[in-house]
Design a protein. Structure first.
Length: 202
Protein backbone atom coordinates (compact mmCIF):
# COMPACT_ATOMS: atom_id res chain seq x y z
CA UNK A 1 0.00 0.00 0.00
CA UNK A 2 1.35 3.41 -0.94
CA UNK A 3 1.66 6.38 1.41
CA UNK A 4 0.18 9.63 0.13
CA UNK A 5 2.65 11.99 1.78
CA UNK A 6 5.62 9.84 0.75
CA UNK A 7 4.61 8.65 -2.72
CA UNK A 8 2.16 11.33 -3.82
CA UNK A 9 -0.68 8.85 -4.34
CA UNK A 10 -2.82 6.39 -2.39
CA UNK A 11 -5.33 3.68 -3.34
CA UNK A 12 -8.34 3.23 -1.03
CA UNK A 13 -10.53 0.17 -1.49
CA UNK A 14 -14.28 0.32 -0.80
CA UNK A 15 -14.29 4.12 -0.54
CA UNK A 16 -17.93 3.83 -1.58
CA UNK A 17 -19.95 0.73 -0.84
CA UNK A 18 -21.05 -1.31 -3.85
CA UNK A 19 -24.70 -0.23 -3.68
CA UNK A 20 -23.76 3.45 -3.91
CA UNK A 21 -21.21 2.78 -6.66
CA UNK A 22 -23.82 0.83 -8.64
CA UNK A 23 -26.34 3.65 -8.20
CA UNK A 24 -23.89 6.26 -9.49
CA UNK A 25 -22.81 4.01 -12.38
CA UNK A 26 -26.45 3.71 -13.44
CA UNK A 27 -26.87 7.48 -13.05
CA UNK A 28 -23.98 8.17 -15.42
CA UNK A 29 -25.30 5.69 -18.01
CA UNK A 30 -28.75 7.34 -17.93
CA UNK A 31 -27.23 10.82 -18.19
CA UNK A 32 -25.24 9.76 -21.25
CA UNK A 33 -28.34 8.19 -22.81
CA UNK A 34 -30.39 11.33 -22.14
CA UNK A 35 -27.94 13.59 -23.97
CA UNK A 36 -27.55 11.16 -26.86
CA UNK A 37 -31.34 11.00 -27.24
CA UNK A 38 -31.60 14.79 -27.38
CA UNK A 39 -28.87 14.94 -30.01
CA UNK A 40 -30.31 12.09 -32.06
CA UNK A 41 -33.70 13.85 -32.11
CA UNK A 42 -32.11 17.17 -33.03
CA UNK A 43 -33.56 18.77 -29.92
CA UNK A 44 -32.04 21.83 -28.28
CA UNK A 45 -30.56 21.26 -24.83
CA UNK A 46 -32.10 23.76 -22.42
CA UNK A 47 -31.04 22.02 -19.21
CA UNK A 48 -27.93 22.94 -17.19
CA UNK A 49 -25.33 20.42 -16.01
CA UNK A 50 -26.51 17.88 -18.55
CA UNK A 51 -23.02 17.08 -19.79
CA UNK A 52 -21.28 17.04 -23.15
CA UNK A 53 -19.45 14.65 -25.42
CA UNK A 54 -15.69 15.08 -25.52
CA UNK A 55 -12.90 17.12 -23.99
CA UNK A 56 -9.20 17.64 -24.66
CA UNK A 57 -8.09 14.76 -22.43
CA UNK A 58 -10.51 12.14 -23.70
CA UNK A 59 -12.04 13.13 -27.06
CA UNK A 60 -15.59 11.96 -27.76
CA UNK A 61 -16.42 10.56 -24.33
CA UNK A 62 -19.46 11.69 -22.36
CA UNK A 63 -18.55 13.90 -19.41
CA UNK A 64 -20.14 16.29 -16.93
CA UNK A 65 -18.82 19.00 -14.62
CA UNK A 66 -20.15 19.94 -11.18
CA UNK A 67 -23.12 17.58 -11.07
CA UNK A 68 -24.95 18.09 -7.77
CA UNK A 69 -24.95 14.44 -6.69
CA UNK A 70 -21.20 14.14 -7.25
CA UNK A 71 -20.49 17.49 -5.59
CA UNK A 72 -22.42 16.06 -2.61
CA UNK A 73 -19.94 13.15 -2.51
CA UNK A 74 -17.08 15.67 -2.80
CA UNK A 75 -18.26 17.51 0.30
CA UNK A 76 -19.30 14.45 2.26
CA UNK A 77 -15.93 12.72 1.92
CA UNK A 78 -13.76 15.62 3.14
CA UNK A 79 -13.23 14.34 6.71
CA UNK A 80 -12.46 10.78 5.63
CA UNK A 81 -9.93 11.93 3.03
CA UNK A 82 -8.30 14.34 5.47
CA UNK A 83 -7.68 11.45 7.87
CA UNK A 84 -6.30 9.21 5.12
CA UNK A 85 -4.00 11.80 3.54
CA UNK A 86 -3.05 13.86 6.59
CA UNK A 87 -3.96 17.07 4.70
CA UNK A 88 -6.70 19.64 5.34
CA UNK A 89 -8.86 19.86 2.22
CA UNK A 90 -10.92 22.55 0.47
CA UNK A 91 -13.58 21.08 -1.87
CA UNK A 92 -13.30 22.43 -5.43
CA UNK A 93 -15.31 20.49 -8.02
CA UNK A 94 -16.24 17.13 -9.49
CA UNK A 95 -16.25 15.74 -12.99
CA UNK A 96 -17.34 12.39 -14.34
CA UNK A 97 -16.69 10.60 -17.59
CA UNK A 98 -18.02 7.53 -19.37
CA UNK A 99 -15.25 5.88 -21.35
CA UNK A 100 -16.05 3.63 -24.29
CA UNK A 101 -14.13 1.02 -26.30
CA UNK A 102 -10.95 2.60 -27.62
CA UNK A 103 -11.05 5.53 -25.19
CA UNK A 104 -7.81 6.92 -23.83
CA UNK A 105 -6.88 9.45 -21.20
CA UNK A 106 -4.04 11.59 -22.43
CA UNK A 107 -0.93 11.85 -20.26
CA UNK A 108 -1.31 15.10 -18.30
CA UNK A 109 -1.17 16.94 -15.00
CA UNK A 110 -4.17 18.80 -13.65
CA UNK A 111 -4.84 22.49 -13.12
CA UNK A 112 -4.44 24.27 -9.77
CA UNK A 113 -7.94 23.44 -8.49
CA UNK A 114 -6.99 19.75 -8.71
CA UNK A 115 -4.07 19.90 -6.28
CA UNK A 116 -5.41 16.78 -4.54
CA UNK A 117 -7.35 14.66 -7.03
CA UNK A 118 -9.34 11.45 -6.68
CA UNK A 119 -10.38 9.10 -9.46
CA UNK A 120 -13.29 6.97 -8.28
CA UNK A 121 -14.35 3.80 -10.08
CA UNK A 122 -18.15 3.65 -10.39
CA UNK A 123 -18.47 0.58 -12.57
CA UNK A 124 -17.56 -0.98 -15.90
CA UNK A 125 -18.57 -3.49 -18.53
CA UNK A 126 -15.27 -5.09 -19.49
CA UNK A 127 -13.22 -8.22 -18.88
CA UNK A 128 -10.60 -6.43 -16.80
CA UNK A 129 -10.05 -3.58 -14.39
CA UNK A 130 -8.71 -0.76 -16.56
CA UNK A 131 -5.75 0.85 -14.74
CA UNK A 132 -4.81 4.46 -14.33
CA UNK A 133 -1.08 5.05 -14.71
CA UNK A 134 0.72 7.37 -12.32
CA UNK A 135 4.27 8.67 -12.59
CA UNK A 136 5.49 9.30 -9.04
CA UNK A 137 8.02 11.83 -7.74
CA UNK A 138 10.88 9.40 -8.38
CA UNK A 139 9.83 8.90 -12.00
CA UNK A 140 8.38 5.41 -11.47
CA UNK A 141 5.34 4.67 -13.65
CA UNK A 142 2.76 2.47 -11.90
CA UNK A 143 -0.54 1.02 -13.19
CA UNK A 144 -3.23 1.13 -10.50
CA UNK A 145 -6.34 -1.02 -10.92
CA UNK A 146 -9.63 -0.23 -9.20
CA UNK A 147 -12.92 -2.03 -8.71
CA UNK A 148 -16.29 -0.30 -8.29
CA UNK A 149 -16.16 1.82 -5.13
CA UNK A 150 -12.35 2.02 -5.03
CA UNK A 151 -10.58 5.38 -5.33
CA UNK A 152 -7.05 6.54 -6.12
CA UNK A 153 -5.99 9.80 -4.46
CA UNK A 154 -3.02 11.55 -6.06
CA UNK A 155 -1.29 14.91 -6.38
CA UNK A 156 -3.11 15.84 -9.54
CA UNK A 157 -1.27 19.05 -10.36
CA UNK A 158 2.16 17.49 -9.69
CA UNK A 159 2.07 13.89 -10.94
CA UNK A 160 1.53 12.87 -14.54
CA UNK A 161 -1.33 10.39 -14.96
CA UNK A 162 -3.01 8.74 -17.93
CA UNK A 163 -4.83 5.66 -19.24
CA UNK A 164 -3.92 3.43 -22.16
CA UNK A 165 -6.61 2.56 -24.77
CA UNK A 166 -9.64 0.91 -23.17
CA UNK A 167 -10.91 -2.46 -24.40
CA UNK A 168 -14.49 -3.11 -23.38
CA UNK A 169 -18.01 -1.71 -23.56
CA UNK A 170 -17.86 1.07 -20.97
CA UNK A 171 -16.06 2.30 -17.86
CA UNK A 172 -17.35 5.12 -15.62
CA UNK A 173 -15.08 7.20 -13.41
CA UNK A 174 -15.83 10.20 -11.18
CA UNK A 175 -13.18 12.74 -10.22
CA UNK A 176 -13.16 14.59 -6.90
CA UNK A 177 -10.88 17.61 -6.72
CA UNK A 178 -9.58 19.46 -3.65
CA UNK A 179 -6.90 21.94 -2.67
CA UNK A 180 -4.70 22.01 0.42
CA UNK A 181 -5.96 24.29 3.21
CA UNK A 182 -2.35 25.20 3.96
CA UNK A 183 -1.26 25.40 0.33
CA UNK A 184 -0.78 28.20 -2.17
CA UNK A 185 -4.27 27.78 -3.66
CA UNK A 186 -6.19 28.03 -0.38
CA UNK A 187 -7.94 31.25 -1.40
CA UNK A 188 -10.09 29.45 -3.95
CA UNK A 189 -13.28 27.59 -3.04
CA UNK A 190 -15.68 25.54 -5.19
CA UNK A 191 -13.46 26.17 -8.25
CA UNK A 192 -14.55 29.81 -8.27
CA UNK A 193 -18.27 28.97 -8.32
CA UNK A 194 -20.85 30.60 -6.07
CA UNK A 195 -21.87 27.20 -4.69
CA UNK A 196 -21.40 23.47 -5.27
CA UNK A 197 -23.58 21.95 -7.95
CA UNK A 198 -23.20 24.96 -10.24
CA UNK A 199 -21.39 25.34 -13.52
CA UNK A 200 -17.88 26.78 -13.80
CA UNK A 201 -17.82 30.57 -13.44
CA UNK A 202 -14.28 31.09 -14.73
Amino acid sequence: MSNYLKDGWLKIENFLNKDIADLLYGYVMLAERRLKTLQDKGMENTMSNIGEFGDAQSPGDFRSYGDLIFDTVLLGKVSELEKLTGIGLIPQYTYYRMYRNGSILERHTDRDSCEISCTLCLGYDADYSWPIWIKDKEGKETPVETNPGDVVVYKGSDLEHWREPFVGHNHAQAFLHYTDKEGQHNGRHFDGRLALGMQFDG
